[in-house]
Design a protein around this ligand. Structure first.
Ligand code: PNS
Length: 175
């Protein structure tokens, strides 16, 4: 049976990887799909292409994993691709209420089943947003994300800070 692991993956964390590897041992084939929405584009640190590059790099060694993206309803993607089951990771009980609601909605509007996979407890406190927060201050996130995500974060924040320095330098000069 095939499965889809959808998410924003902004960026991919070690928790995502843990869930993905567990899923890849259960299902014949797993597609990691970046769900994107033009209205939400500005809310992400990484562009869609950057996120896809990270996913491709981090999963290149895994034989039964593919990477894809879709802008629209997850149930439409599932129907279009005939992909079977939705995989979602659970870190803690706090994730469950939100995930349960989405799973029920997806079943109601698309008759698609969701399987929850529990991430290892060591990742229970790791999220993409926390990782971005720590990385933005130059903190060590090397354990919390695959190497390729850590490199992308380092590069991204270097760019962000260089841009800011240029802007404030320019403003100081002109002012
Ligand atoms: O990594 P995230 O942000 O928790 O992933 C959430 C995601 C992208 C899986 C969810 O928002 C989603 O499925 N979005 C696609 C639009 C959709 O189908 N919405 C209806 C269910 S909320």
């Amino acid at each position: 049976m095939n499965a889809v692991f959808p998410g924003s993956f902004d960026p991919l964390t070690s928790g995502h990887m843990d869930v993905l590897i567990r899923a890849s041992r259960i299902f014949d084939h797993v597609t990691l799909t970046v769900m994107h929405n033009a209205r939400k584009q500005g809310r992400h640190l990484f562009t869609l292409e950057e996120r896809l590059d990270i996913l491709r790099g981090a999963t290149a060694h895994l034989p039964n994993i593919a990477v894809d993206s879709f802008g629209g309803l997850l149930v439409d993607y599932m129907a279009q691709q005939q992909k079977g089951i939705i995989i979602r990771g659970l870190r803690a009980v706090s994730d469950y209420e939100y995930e349960l609601q989405i799973a029920h909605l997806n079943r109601q509007i698309g008759e698609v089943e969701t399987v929850f996979i529990m991430a290892a407890t060591r990742w229970s406190f790791v999220s993409s947003s926390m990782v971005k927060e720590i990385a933005s201050y130059g903190g060590d996130i090397s354990e919390m994300v695959p190497h390729i995500s850590a490199e992308a974060l380092r590069k991204k924040f270097a760019e962000v800070y260089a841009e800011r320095a240029q802007t404030s330098g320019g403003a100081a000069q002109s002012g």
